[in-house]
Design a protein around this ligand. Sequence first.
Ligand code: ATP
Ligand code: MG
Length: 550
Amino acid sequence: METKTPSSNFIKNIVAEDLASGKVKEVVTRFPPEPNGYLHIGHAKSICLNFELAGEFKGRTNLRFDDTNPVKEDVEYVESIKRDVQWLGFEWDGLFFASDYFGEMYERANVLIRKGLAFVDDQTADQIRETRGTLTAPGQESPYRNRSVEENLDLFARMKAGEFADGQKVLRAKIDMASPNVNLRDPILYRVVHAHHHNTGDQWCIYPMYAYAHPLEDAIEGVTHSICTLEFEDQRPFYDWVVRECEMKWVPRQYEFARLNLTNTVMSKRKLKLLVDEKAVDGWDDPRMPTISGLRRKGYTPEAIRAFCREIGVAKSYGIVDERMLEHFIREDLKLKALRTMAVLQPLKVVITNYPEGQVEWLDAENNSENPDMGHRKIPFSRELYIERDDFMDNPPPKYFRLFPGNEVRLKSAYFVKCEEVIRDSEGNVVELRCTYDPETKSGSGFTGRKVKGTIHWVEATHAVPTQFRLYEPLITDEAEDDGQSFLDHLNPNSLEVLEGFVEQGMKDSVGGDKFQFFRHGYFNVDPKDSAAGHPVFNRIVSLKSSFEV
Ligand code: ATP
Ligand code: MG
């Protein structure tokens, strides 16, 4: 399957035109996360878009924390976001915090007040909401809308000085309560919040609203192309109003693209935080999470994520991307890179009765059958082995070519073995197989005497490394749209399966982040958190096959 080269997108065309016409001299973009959670794969799309766009035109990209909401934000999130952006392979030019601009934002609000374009409102949040009108009916003007400039300046200064309680007063823009665009019906600019801020501490007790702060942040930084998701399209008139009426020197422009949605997951920090807080997962980096840190821990590479983001491109319309497409890109990335080894996830003991006791021979095995450059390794073989429990059946259905009483199979990279006897416990469960091997059939010996239909994998017992395997299914399989918390009631109870088995002795010292392809099982990553020296734990990244074509 071939991967397409980065597709041209409409934002790229706009940037190219703006540079050609001289409207901008250098393209400046920004990635502006709110530090209220860990980044997810949707953010990766925005990161790739902003950094690659500026990179392609030799411009700059800032990482800016949109930290205007102290109650939900935290330095833990700031640090995780920086780590994730860097891990994806991007370097920011400037590192900024919206909170660094609180002083200037306050001054600009005073400019608005002096121009008669902002007023202090004493109505409650409920009253303001109730008088906003609807899409078809205009809103009602606040009874406080015609306060004098002097009174507004005084009240706003007293809001800042801490004279009012949370919710007691807000600063609102004075635009048009009858505007067909609801966002222009005297939107709130500032509210009183007595809360500690992760960056500015207790310096402020009034905080700017996102819609007011964001255009100012872009203007202060000289951002040329402010790229955001489509829900902000209706905010664009207000964005332009703020830049114009606050008399900002630099005029940034906002462009919108469709946000990424994936099947079988939730994609909002708020919902992901609920999963963490409700302990439905093992933290933000649980491999079942669509967070960048979760994908990394599961075993995704930055290359695979970037290739995925390029492939989905930049559209103006909504769509849900099949998660199998993301899986396609990690398979593609690891196909020729990952060592191909054997792991037994659910072991069944096999004794080769005609193999000399105490003897160990070292067999040749290819490291990657599709990439000869990866060379060969030696794997031990002896009288005792483990095979996969479901590679044996007492009463096989037709076309079952693996082991059953009297049947012969090939052990990958080793010999033909034949099942001679089945050992059971007192309850009749199969606990061991007694087999014979044929020394003539050694892999690579050119043996052509007879053929067998099945090849199974195995691990030699005395050298085998006991390990834990973690297999994942989607956290959410119910694709029904829901809002609020109800998705927590529909979590897949089988999203995590933990198995205890064995890997080849050569993988004993693998470390967190090492990636392998296990014969027949798929791609696995050594868990960076739960592995200890000599005791790797493996997370399955993805199985081998997919029905999905890009
Ligand atoms: P969430 O609801 O998950 O918190 P958000 O949009 O509020 O998302 P921000 O931290 O404000 O999160 O987002 C930073 C940037 O990432 C914004 O420019 C936003 O448009 C973009 N972004 C967020 N989610 C997606 C997504 N699913 N697809 C593409 N871009 C996204
Ligand atoms: Mg948000």
